[in-house]
Design a protein around this ligand. Structure first.
Ligand SMILES: Cc1cc2nc3c(=O)[nH]c(=O)nc-3n(C[C@H](O)[C@H](O)[C@H](O)COP(=O)(O)OP(=O)(O)OC[C@H]3O[C@@H](n4cnc5c(N)ncnc54)[C@H](O)[C@@H]3O)c2cc1C
Length: 272
């Protein structure tokens, strides 16, 4: 789509060379969302691609994903065999409504867009990811994935702040994972997402749920929960009023489907 209000396109190779951030400016990464909707408030796009932030790096500490790393790169990379939880990241790519965007869209762009049905945010919350943010004021801060998305299309980013990289610690990358997503229309956005992670040594279980809520949430269990425990914990920790009610599905339906997906993903990770 032609963004007819945009008059200036900047593609810096260093952040320092960028003029002061102005109202009407926006970052663009893969552009797969940016160019699909009219952006009437925008006058300037600042392209991240020239900054060379596309790293995907494995270290003994964990996995680092740069701001312009694409989704398809995440699928093709060679990871340590012990990192079974990479499967959840790869499912997040494969579960996107459109496979056509994978070569351009970035993981960071998906997180910053902060759709309730965003496929990556629950995985990052599940795996205790941390995000490095470069603030307009010049500070670098690290925030937990669970604190980043605050609502539907809302994050803690202030105008001009940029998500520089994502870090996933290696400990949780060794858990067994399973990703479940449910839509009411074949190519539509999800009404519920549940991702389970299981530690076969300690029998701890954690779930991240999304799409049925405005922002992803984490639920943790010290041992494998029964269906009843799972139902009780879900009801106790997340009131029905927090589930999204819209034309696609009622809050009650979303909560029910969330629970079904949690149970199915749990059965899968514990091998039942
Ligand atoms: C047909 C179609 C179907 C889709 N279906 C789904 C779906 O089912 N699930 C889903 O999760 N998504 C879906 N999407 C959205 C898609 O995943 C996003 O378009 C993509 O993830 C955004 O990545 P991008 O790199 O292209 O971001 P861009 O389009 O470049 O940017 C998206 C937003 O993030 C901001 N931004 C980007 N990078 C940064 C950064 N590093 N720091 C600060 N701000 C930044 C931009 O300013 C913009 O507001 C769909 C999109 C299309 C076109």
């Amino acid at each position: 789509m032609d963004l007819h209000t945009v008059e200036t396109y900047l593609c810096p190779t260093q952040l320092e060379s960028l003029p002061n951030w102005q109202p009407g400016w926006a970052w663009v990464a893969g552009g797969t969302w940016m160019f699909t909707e009219p952006q009437r408030d925008l006058t300037t796009l600042v392209d991240l691609q020239g900054l060379g932030w596309s790293e995907l790096e494995v270290s003994p500490e964990g996995l680092e994903i740069g701001a312009t790393c694409t989704m398809s790169r995440l699928l093709q990379f060679d990871y340590p065999a012990a990192w079974t939880a990479i499967q959840a990241l790869q499912s997040a790519v494969q579960e996107l409504a459109s496979f056509k965007i994978q070569n351009m869209a970035t993981i960071a762009g998906n997180l910053c867009l902060a759709l309730p049905a965003g496929t990556f945010a629950p995985v990052m919350v599940l795996l205790d990811a941390q995000y490095e943010i470069l603030q307009q004021a010049g500070n670098r801060v690290w925030v937990a994935a669970s604190d980043f998305q605050t609502g539907a299309r809302q994050t803690i980013l202030q105008p001009g702040d940029v998500l520089r990289r994502i870090f996933i610690p290696q400990a949780l990358l060794q858990w067994q994972v399973n990703y479940r997503r449910m839509c009411v229309a074949t190519a539509g956005l999800a009404v519920a997402i549940a991702v389970a992670a299981y530690n076969p040594q300690t029998h701890q279980v954690r779930f991240a749920i999304a799409a049925s809520l405005r922002a992803p949430r984490l639920l943790e269990f010290h041992s494998i929960p029964s269906l009843r425990e799972l139902e009780e914990t879900l009801s106790a920790q997340i009131p029905l009023t927090e589930f999204i009610e819209d034309d696609s599905a009622s809050a009650l339906y979303r909560r029910h489907i969330t629970q079904v997906l949690m149970m199915r993903s749990l059965q899968q990770v514990i091998g039942e």
